[in-house]
Ligand binder design. Structure first.
Ligand code: RM4
Ligand code: MN
Ligand code: MN
Length: 397
């Protein structure tokens, strides 16, 4: 190893040691599009199976110790289901991660949840949020991750401003119920299922709501929740600057909220986002930023795609870690545009797979997690065990 190779290796070890990402329970279940589901024999349909799959991903990659839970799908009886989840945590060595209230599936939510014109329905939504916070407390989960489908389809049919007021009140109330080390993450999305206005449509709205809710509220950036060509790394830089970045839902997209595999369409974008995070870290910005996957694989095998996602995320994280930020700052200062751009792009083009494999070996993990998954026969085994079932699982679409 040359000196520069060995210093890259040290940097790589540091960068990968600091990287963890949360997998979504719903990523292991059958999901579909609004046109239907293509069911997979190995798909998980119980919370136990979701924990088993999450544990398999963690066994192969070593960096996914937590699984995000969707309350309605995973804890349909609310807090009463906590003991079962706690048992599964111990059995599979996987902890419950962010808790996601579900405010979009019940019939009452047709015209909104926390923003519904009916105070009764708003209260029902609020009590689900408070139950979700209670679940998070009992499971020792730090983050309550809130996404609302609220909005309207036709101009003039709803008072946008009244709905802002209801939302402000609700999020303040939710914040009041957090333990000191818990956080309220507020996710935004420009459209779908509402197509005229969405109550929390962008990072400006999430930022405002987070600020007014209280000091433990933050913004959640789902990479798929932006209009085409939006500069997401700039949004990330602003959220870092204002101290409001709480976490990410990672996925890739070609058109809208496609929930495709991270980095499959535009890996450079994730690299650019990671560069902002590494820069902030190197400047000592004190920040807990949760990395979560929010994907739905209808065509690819779910566990396979999840392992592929984790590996891709690690590679892009590592590429961004290897940007020579001191030298970049010099080029930026002197406006040496081409040199700056080449340095930046150069890190992106670097093949870091051997470094990632070396890190895995160093940690006693399989050097190639995808190959190890294949060799293990796990997916086939699960397909044989789970394939005969007739039960349908609660998930979207
Ligand atoms: C939404 C949003 C939420 C996720 C649901 C299933 O589009 O991304 O984070 O919980 O989908
Ligand atoms: Mn999301
Ligand atoms: Mn989404």
């Amino acid at each position: 190893m040359t000196l520069s190779e060995s210093s890259s290796f040290d940097l790589a070890i540091q960068a990968l040691d600091s990287f963890q990402i949360e997998v979504p329970s719903w990523g292991f279940a059958n999901t579909g599009t609004r046109f239907g589901k293509f069911v997979q024999a190995a798909a998980a349909s119980t919370i136990e199976e979701k924990f088993a799959d999450a544990a398999e991903v963690n066994r192969l990659t070593g960096v996914t110790p937590t699984v995000a839970l969707h309350v309605l799908w995973d804890l349909p009886n609310g807090v009463d289901d906590v003991p079962e989840v706690a048992l599964l945590e111990r059995r599979f060595g996987i902890r419950a991660g962010s808790i996601n209230p579900n405010l979009f599936q019940d019939q009452e939510y047709k015209f909104g949840s926390l923003c519904n014109p009916s105070s009764e329905i708003r209260q029902k939504a609020m009590s689900h949020v408070l139950d979700s916070i209670e679940i998070a407390k009992r499971l020792g989960s730090r983050d309550l991750s809130l996404w609302l489908a609220d909005g309207s389809n036709y101009p003039g049919t709803q008072s946008i401003r009244k709905r802002i007021g209801w939302l402000e009140g609700a999020l303040r109330e939710a914040h009041d119920h957090l333990l000191p080390d818990q956080r309220l993450l507020i996710e935004y999305k420009p459209f779908e299922p509402a197509f005229y206005h969405t109550d929390i449509a962008d990072w400006g709205m999430s930022s405002h709501l987070a600020r007014q809710a209280g000091p433990q509220a933050r913004v959640l950036v789902d990479t798929g929740h932006h209009y085409s060509s939006q500069n997401i790394e700039q949004i990330v830089a602003w959220l870092l600057h204002t101290g409001l970045l709480g976490g990410f839902h990672f996925n890739d997209r070609r058109y809208a909220d496609d929930d495709l595999t991270l980095g499959s369409i535009d890996p450079y974008q994730i690299f650019r986002i990671f560069h902002e995070l590494h820069t902030a870290q190197s400047e000592g910005l004190p920040h807990a930023v949760a990395f979560m996957i929010d994907q739905s694989h209808n065509l690819k095998g779910k566990i396979e795609a999840t392992v592929q996602t984790v590996v891709t995320a690690q590679e892009l994280w590592l590429k961004a870690a290897l940007v020579d930020r001191d030298q970049l700052a010099v080029y930026q200062e002197s406006c040496d545009l081409v040199a700056a751009e080449e340095l930046f792009r150069g890190a992106f083009w670097r093949d870091v797979r051997p470094l990632a494999a070396a890190w895995r070996q160093h940690r006693g993990l399989p050097a190639d997690p995808l190959a190890a998954l294949k060799a293990s026969g796990y997916v086939e085994r699960m397909g044989a065990e789970r394939g005969g079932r007739t039960t349908t699982v609660n998930s979207y679409a």
